[in-house]
Design a binder for this molecule. Sequence first.
Ligand code: DGJ
Length: 736
Amino acid sequence: MPIIYHENSKEFHLYNNQISYIIKVLKNNQPGNIYFGKKVNDKESFGYLVKGKPRSMAACVFEDDPGFSLQHTMQEYPSYGTTDFRYPAFELKQENGSRITCFEYIGHSIYMGKKKLTGLPATYVEDEKEAYSLEIYLYDSVINMELTLCYTIFSDYPAIARNVRFLNKGDNTVILERAMSASIDLPDSDFELIHLSGAWARERHIKCRKLEQGIQGIYSMCGISSAEHNPFIALKRPTADEFTGEVYGFSLIYSGNHIAQVEVDTHDMTRVMMGIHPDTFEWPLCKGEAFQTPEVVMTYSDEGLNKMSQTYHSLYRKRLVRGQWRDRPRPILINNWEATGMNFTEEKILSIAKAGKELGIEMFVLDDGWFGKRNTDKSGLGDWHVTNFSKLPGGIARLADKINAMGLKFGLWFEPEMVNKDSDLYRAHPDWIIHTPGRRTSPSRNQYVLDFSRKEVVDYIYSVMEKLLSEVNISYIKWDMNRYITECYSVDKDEKSQGKVFHEYILGVYDLYDRLTSRFPHILFESCASGGARFDPGILYYAPQTWTSDNTDAIERLMIQYGTSMVYPISSMGAHISAVPNQQVGRVTPVETRANVAFFGVFGYELDITELTDEEKSKVKEQIEFYKAHRELILTGNFYRITSPFNSNVASWIIVSEDKSEAMAGYYKILNRANESFKRFKLVGLDPDKRYIINGTKQDEFYGDELMNIGIAIDDNELCCNGSDFSSIIFYLKEK
Ligand code: DGJ
C-alpha cells in the first residue's frame, strides 16, 4: 500500500515511485507537514524535521515546551490565533463570536481508489489500483465538529489530490468563513511564482516573479474562474526552466471565485493555500450539516515546467475529462460567428455548411442569434426556441436536418446562465436574475445573470434545453457565458445565506452540466466564456474542450496557447482559423501560419469559407486532410513547450506520441529580420535511437539524438511566406 501509517511516530507516508508526501501528528495532536517532493525511502520517523526553539515574542502551545510554537511549524491545515499568526486555512465563527478552534487527530482511514465528491467535479479512477486515499479525521470537542482532510496519491502520476470536509455535529450553528481546499508549508522560499494572468482576448499569459516575504497571489471575485487569473499557480526554483529543476504545481478544480495565496514569513518559510475565495463566501453550518471543498491537484516535478504540465495534461485528459468524447477524435468544425455574427439567414448558413463539407469539414456550429428576438445583443437570451422565422423559416429542426443531410454533424450555441431584459423569460420571472433589491443592477453586454443558486431556475433551463435537444439531432453544444456577476444576492434566500450564493451558483452550473451530459451522453460540449474566461479544470469535467480565446490571431494565439498549455491538454483547447485582417487585432497573417498554430488544439474554422478564393480553398482542404491524418497524435501525444513567444522572436513546441514513433513540431518566426543568422531547432522528447523521417521538408533520415542535440538546421526558404513576417513551419516526424 503506497500509504503507510507508522503507529509509533504517528506519521503518514504517501508515496509512489516519483514523489513522497509525509504528514506527522504533532505533539499538540494536530497534523503537521513534514515533506513534499521527490520520492524518499520510507522509515519509521522523520520527526527530526519538526524543529522548535524558544524565540522571544513567540507564543508557545505548552507551558513546559517554549520551543513549540505553531508560528514556526509546518502544518497541514492551520488555524489562526493559537500561536500561529499567519493566514489560516479555515475560519469558523461560532455563536459566542469566537473564531478560535482546536481540531485534533482522532483517527484515519486508508483505502484503495478515490471517492467521488458530491456535486463537485474531481479527478477519478477507473480501477481502484490507480490511486490510494487517506482520510485524516480531526475533531474539535468544544464545538462538536469534525474536519476531514482527504488525500489521494495517484499510482502513476507525481500528483496528490486534496479536499476537505467539515461536519457540524454540535447543536449550535457555526459559520464557515474560510475553507481552503489545501494548505501546505514548504521549509524555504527560494522560489519564483508562476501564474496565468490576462483579460478578454489575452487569456493565460505566463507571469513569473520571485517570492518575497509577505503575501503574494492571485484570485477571482468575478463569479467565475475568470480571464484575469486562472485557478493555477506554480512555484519553481529560480534555476528551473521548461526542462530541468524543481517545480510544484497547484491547480484548483473549480470554476467560481478562487484564491491562491503564497505567504512567505519572516523566517522564509512558504505557505501555499488554495480554495474558494473567502471574501465572497460565508457558509452557515447548522446541526448535522456538512461542507465539502473543491479539489486541489498538487504536482511535483524535478524535470522543470514541461514535466509538471505533462502530469496535468495526462491526468486531466484521462481522469478528469469524462464521457464518450474523452478518447474520441473531435470533429473538425466550422462556426459561423466571425462570418455572420447574428445577422444570417438559413440560406447563408447552408451555403457555409456546404462549402465546408466540400472541403472536408465534419460539423457545422450555429452560434449566437438563432433564438427568440435575437438580432442584437439587447434581446432574446433566455428564450431558447426559434421565434424569428424570417431567419430560420423551418426552425432549428429543419436546419439541423438539412445540415445532417449534407453529411455534417450539427452543433448549436447556448448561453444557459443568461437573460436579456427584453425576453419572455425575464418578463415572466424578473426576480430570477441575480440582483440586490433596492439597488441598481449593472448590465454587461446588455445581459443579466440568472440565479443558478436557485434550483427552480436550473430546472427550468434544463427543461427547455432538454426539450430542444430531444427533438433535434444536435451533436455539439457551445455553452457560452459572457459576463461576470455583479450585485451578488439571491432574493430566494434569507440574510444569513447570502454568503452562499456565489458557490451555489457554480454548483447550479455543475448541476445543469451534469443533467445534460447524463441525459445526452453523445453530445460534445465545448465551454466558452467570452472566449477563455472560464477555462478551468472544473468545467473540463463536463465539457472536454473549451474555446480558448476570442482572439484568433495566430501570433496572439501563440502566447495564449503556450500559456494555456501550462496546465491544460492540447485536446481541451478550441483553436480555429479565422479571416484576415484579424477581427481582434487587425493583423494579416498567412493562412499557413494560422493553420500551423491552430493544429495544436481542437481544430476548426471561424470564417466565411464561401468567400475564399479557389487557391485558399485548396489550402484549407489540405489543412483538413493534414489534421485528420494526425489528430490522434495531436490529441493524445505528449506536448512540450520548447521556445517561449513571451521572450523570443521564435516560438516552438512539439507533440510526441506515447511510443515516440511519431511527432509533430511547430516552429514560428514572429517578425522577419534582415540578414538573419542561421538557426538550429533542437527537438525534445524523441527516442534518441529511433530513426525518423521528416516529411515535407527533408527526405533524409535523422536519429532522435541528432534531432535533440544538434537540431534541425532551419532553412528560412522552407518556412511558409519566407521573406515576410509571421512565417512558420510544421515538421512531422515518423519513425522509419
Ligand atoms: C463570445 C464567444 O466567445 C464567441 O465565440 C461567440 O460565441 C459570442 N460570444 C456570441 O455571442
